[in-house]
Design a binder for this molecule. Structure first.
Ligand SMILES: Cc1cc2nc3c(=O)[nH]c(=O)nc-3n(C[C@H](O)[C@H](O)[C@H](O)COP(=O)(O)OP(=O)(O)OC[C@H]3O[C@@H](n4cnc5c(N)ncnc54)[C@H](O)[C@@H]3O)c2cc1C
Length: 430
């Protein structure tokens, strides 16, 4: 039997030549090579800063999607406050903006010992280090009746794809007096305030379009959530009687759905809630690539050394962003961007024999509660003895001060422009 080069590549027995693309090709012979997988907030930022900090390192960025919608501001798209285009980014454009070699392809095998990757269509590549920022996957099988094939019927809209548009369009059909149910997962999951910002902005949309008699139920698999007092204060002021939060202790956890009828069963309830629209955000874990390449532990998430985000399971591989175990740092775009800069500095230092950087991380999560008002939580973190700890933190005051909320909404918009410019190269206009 003769094996074709493609067969050999698939079996990981041949190594493809690194693609020669863009400005990065003109920088002389590289002294080291790093592959970055995933061009989201973690991967794209890391690729950019690696190239900037270590000019003798050749960086290959591999992303399976040609374009994607960002999680941040996707709830504004649902409420008709932003266009989908304004939160959509193109992978090739990101690579060109950062001057890194970029492949739109899926990594199907990552060998964390040989430090090699095999892609679906472009062959295999080896590197001195691999950075993996693959995001999250849904943990199917935890909610009866909900799986990957039918979840678009109760769109989670949590991974920056067509479900965001599906959910936006389905909101138009909710009648006044209708019931919208948001299923919020147990911790840990991507974007802790996301379900509650979504409830706020759906309430804004429904009330602005003459549907004040709708009910929004947040069926929660936990008993508390970030910025709870602030969200509830604003819900009472802005959308009286529209939003009902059902914590786990009051039977809030979604255990079963019927996607054909819109019925949702909560734990212990005899009868289902009949919804006009349900957005069920399932429990989550690190994306498939992290689990299939032995980077995740039994929790489903990837243990890392917080000094440089190197995998605790496989030296030479670094994991960033939502896929990691980095609590108390939340799974946010801001945090992924901050982790990426630390990781890029640490990898550049190792490859060039420089001193390791001081591990510091930052996060701010803004949440819109209406078209013009937002609240936020921020923290500054350090890593001591292999553990991440909060050095200082803060949250918007519980005063109901409208001017302050409006100022925070403007700050949130400025943050979005600056983080997308930093991570993806070019900011989008509103
Ligand atoms: C509704 C919502 C609102 C949000 N709001 C905010 C907010 O206001 N502020 C904030 O800071 N964060 C917010 N977030 C969270 C933010 O979106 C995530 O924390 C962030 O995207 C994580 O970045 P990441 O790089 O880890 O993952 P991602 O951004 O998901 O990037 C991972 C990339 O890896 C690619 N990939 C995966 N597997 C492979 C493979 N095998 N081969 C090639 N490519 C692969 C994926 O296609 C994906 O593009 C929000 C999220 C949601 C859902």
């Amino acid at each position: 039997m003769t094996l074709s080069r493609r067969d050999l590549l698939k079996a990981g027995l041949a190594t493809a030549t690194w693609p020669s693309l863009g400005r990065a090709a003109n920088r002389g012979k590289p002294k080291s090579r790093v592959i970055v997988i995933g061009a989201g907030f973690g991967g794209a930022t890391c690729a950019k800063y690696l190239r900037t900090l270590s000019p003798t390192t050749e960086v290959l960025l591999i992303e399976r999607r040609s374009s994607f919608l960002t999680g941040p501001f996707s709830n504004l798209v649902l409420a008709g406050l932003r266009s989908a285009e304004s939160v959509t980014f193109n992978t090739e454009t990101i690579g060109a903006a950062h001057g890194v070699k970029t492949l739109v392809d899926e990594v199907i095998v990552l060998d964390p010992v040989k430090l090699s990757v095999t892609t679906a269509n472009s062959g295999s590549f080896t590197a001195d280090r691999i950075v993996v920022a693959p995001g999250v996957a849904m943990r199917w099988g935890m909610i009866e009746g909900l799986d990957a094939t039918n979840s678009a019927t109760m769109p989670h809209a949590w991974t920056g794809d067509g479900q965001v548009l599906e959910l936006r369009d389905r909101l138009d059909a909710v009648p006044d007096g209708g019931t919208v149910l948001i299923g919020a997962p147990a911790n840990p999951y991507r974007c802790p305030p996301g379900p509650y910002e979504r409830a706020s902005l759906i309430a804004f949309l429904l009330s602005r379009s003459g549907r004040k008699n709708c009910k929004i139920i947040i069926a929660d698999a936990k008993d508390d959530f970030t910025k709870r007092a602030l969200f509830m204060l604003e819900w009472d002021a802005l959308y009286p009687d529209m939003i009902e939060w059902l914590p786990r202790a009051q039977g809030g956890e979604v255990v079963r759905v019927d996607t054909s009828t819109g019925e949702v069963w909560l734990r212990g309830a005899e009868k289902p809630i009949v919804t006009h629209l349900a957005s069920i955000v399932p429990p989550q874990q690190a994306a498939e690539l992290a689990t299939s390449s032995d980077l995740a532990d039994e929790s489903g998430w990837c243990p890392i050394n917080p000094a440089d985000f190197e995998s605790k399971k496989h030296p030479g591989v670094h994991v960033l962003g939502d896929a990691t175990i980095a609590a108390p740092v939340p799974k946010s775009a801001f945090a992924a961007n901050s982790q990426a800069k630390l990781c890029a500095s640490a990898v550049a230092a190792r490859l060039n024999g420089w001193p390791a950087p001081e591990p510091r991380l930052l996060n701010t999560c803004y949440s819109f509660v209406s078209d013009t008002q937002a609240i936020s939580v921020s923290a500054f973190y350090g890593a001591v003895d292999g553990r991440i700890s909060v050095l200082s933190d803060g949250v918007s005051p519980l005063t109901g001060d409208t001017a302050l909320r409006e100022l925070e909404a403007e700050q949130a918009k400025a943050w979005y422009v600056s983080i997308t410019a930093d991570s993806f190269g070019l900011p989008h206009a509103e």
